[in-house]
Ligand binder design. Structure first.
Ligand code: SF4
Length: 108
């Protein structure tokens, strides 16, 4: 499995960040979360520089992190019906490259 933006420079990365905005791929949109379709649990990459702030925000339902978690959960519910193999492959990648810790909050 090839790393996407850890060891190779993604062609969509500019000096001001990702040029794809809201159209970025699912795996990028999901970060710093990861999702295990087997356990149906979310995880957080503890090596992401924003992981501490993200985790703190999850205690507030109106925070950016909580909105992100809920939006990703909705996307994942659709993928669980249509493309479970993709979710499993995505999690295999995340588990290999990230330092995952469980998210202590369930989506709304
Ligand atoms: S977030 Fe954007 S720049 Fe980063 S790997 Fe994904 S597509 Fe590329």
């Amino acid at each position: 499995m090839q790393p996407i933006c850890i060891k190779r420079r993604c062609k969509h990365l500019s000096s001001s960040g990702c040029t794809l905005g809201n159209s970025k791929p699912f795996g990028c949109d999901l970060y710093p979360l990861a999702y295990d379709p087997a356990s149906r649990e979310f995880y957080l990459d503890s090596e992401c520089p924003l992981s501490g702030r993200y985790a703190d925000q999850l205690s507030s339902p109106d925070s950016d992190a909580s909105r992100h978690l809920n939006r990703m959960a909705m996307t994942i519910r659709g993928l669980e019906r249509t493309d479970l193999d993709y979710l499993e492959a995505n999690f295999a990648f995340d588990r290999e490259y990230f330092s995952l810790t469980p998210v202590n909050r369930t989506p709304d």
